[in-house]
Design a protein around this ligand. Structure first.
Ligand SMILES: [Zn+2]
Length: 111
């Protein structure tokens, strides 16, 4: 496993110390799972193969069942201000009427 570069100065000689990542250059310390805003290298494509970016608005292209909710997110639902995340469900967003949730990019298209 390679450690991420320092988010503050970009130094690549970071090391791990008791669960913290430490930068020898600027003495920045952070936790590995707190890699916020490191989605620049993340490539997330919508159903049409268009690349999505943080802040984009998308439309849901099929009804999506929501765990714990009575209804489904309906096809055609518009979702504003998405945030890209890593993983299987790679879009973090807030859907009106449902609240914050994660969607798969293959089920949306860019507006
Ligand atoms: Zn640093």
């Amino acid at each position: 496993m390679t450690l991420p570069n320092c988010p503050q100065c970009g130094c690549e000689y970071t090391y791990e110390d008791r669960g913290l990542l430490v930068c020898p250059e600027c003495a920045n310390e952070w936790t590995a799972d707190e890699q916020e805003e490191t989605t620049e290298g993340l490539i997330v494509l919508d159903a049409n193969g268009n690349r999505l970016a943080d802040g984009d608005s998308v439309t849901v292209i099929k009804d999506l069942k929501v765990k714990g909710a009575s209804g489904a997110i309906k096809q055609g639902t518009k979702v504003k201000n998405i945030r890209l995340v890593e993983g299987d469900h790679n879009i973090d967003c807030k859907v009106e009427g449902f609240g914050p949730m994660k969607l798969k990019s293959e089920f949306v298209k860019k507006n």
